[in-house]
Design a protein around this ligand. Structure first.
Ligand SMILES: NC(=O)c1ccc[n+]([C@@H]2O[C@H](COP(=O)([O-])OP(=O)(O)OC[C@H]3O[C@@H](n4cnc5c(N)ncnc54)[C@H](O)[C@@H]3O)[C@@H](O)[C@H]2O)c1
Length: 258
């Protein structure tokens, strides 16, 4: 029997890669996004590769829209996976953060995942299932975008609470924390500074920028039976960015003066 995975932000670059990779691993896909044209394109690509997929338009910060999307998805079959990918960063510093941008960061990065879990937890807990929440290295350390980062840190803690509470019902809850991923979310910053990715690469131990597929592979693993003993984990997929910056080590040791 093939089960359905409910993927929010499925029309985005990382979400689209997750939909395609999960379909290759045997899941049927419900691709949920407020940008229905992009969700349709991802669902069509999954079907083109021989999988099953349906696109649903929903703003996952709206409880009524989430309830309607979950109802539509459950008519397809049994949902055994929820991947919360929808997210967006708003204000770049505390200096320019106002009440509206703070609320927007929490709404799309935290509340959306809470609402989707609330709507699906009954079904997941009845049969067992998996939840994977897409956080960020910003939820682990300080890398700018403070409202977004606080929301992602809260998403990590909420996921760990869920892992503990839902574990006895065989629902596993894990987090993937990407570093810098080559997606459209960087477009405006890349336009302003075409050397942006080169600057970021030089700070990253693996000296690379992730592709969306790197994140998708981690999600597929955590959602699979191969990870059946893993819950409450926070898996950084960041080329070592959150582990440390080599230049700091060199400054501390003063190795060039030895
Ligand atoms: N790109 C990166 O470098 C990076 C790094 C760390 C974490 N992330 C996280 O990965 C996730 C995906 O980011 P991405 O870079 O693929 O961005 P993206 O903009 O390509 O994808 C985000 C998708 O979410 C959808 N979305 C946004 N708000 C929504 C809402 N209220 N309801 C329904 N859909 C909504 C958008 O329409 C879009 O399709 C986000 O949670 C982001 O915070 C990205």
């Amino acid at each position: 029997m093939t089960y359905w995975a409910f993927v929010t932000g499925g029309g985005g670059d990382i979400g689209g890669a997750i939909c395609q990779a999960m379909a290759r691993d045997g899941w049927n896909i419900v691709c949920v996004d407020r940008a229905i044209d992009r969700a349709e394109a991802v669902a069509a690509a999954v079907r083109g590769a021989g999988g099953q997929a349906l696109a649903i338009e929903a703003d996952v910060t709206d409880p009524a829209a989430v309830a309607a999307a979950v109802g539509q998805a459950q008519a397809l079959g049994e949902i055994r996976a929820l991947v919360n990918t929808a997210g967006k960063a708003h204000a770049i510093t505390l200096g320019v953060t106002d009440a509206a941008s703070w609320r927007a960061d929490f709404s799309v990065n935290l509340d959306s995942a809470f609402l989707c879990v609330q709507a699906l937890k009954g079904a997941l807990m009845a049969q067992g299932g998996v939840i994977v929440n897409i956080a960020s290295v910003n939820g682990i350390g300080v890398y700018g975008f403070p409202g977004y980062s606080a929301a992602k840190a809260a998403l990590i803690h909420m996921s760990q609470s869920m892992a503990v509470e839902f574990g006895p019902a065989d629902v596993r809850v894990n987090v993937v924390a990407p570093g810098t991923v080559r997606t459209r979310a960087w477009a405006a910053r890349l336009e302003a500074n075409p050397a942006l990715f080169d600057e970021l690469k030089s700070l990253c131990p693996l000296q690379r920028i992730s592709d969306p597929e790197d994140i998708a592979e981690a999600v597929v693993f955590l959602a699979s039976k191969r990870a059946s003993m893993i819950t409450g984990a926070v898996l950084a997929v960041d080329g070592g960015l959150s582990t440390g910056v080599a230049a700091v080590g060199r400054a501390v040791t003063q190795e060039r003066h030895r």
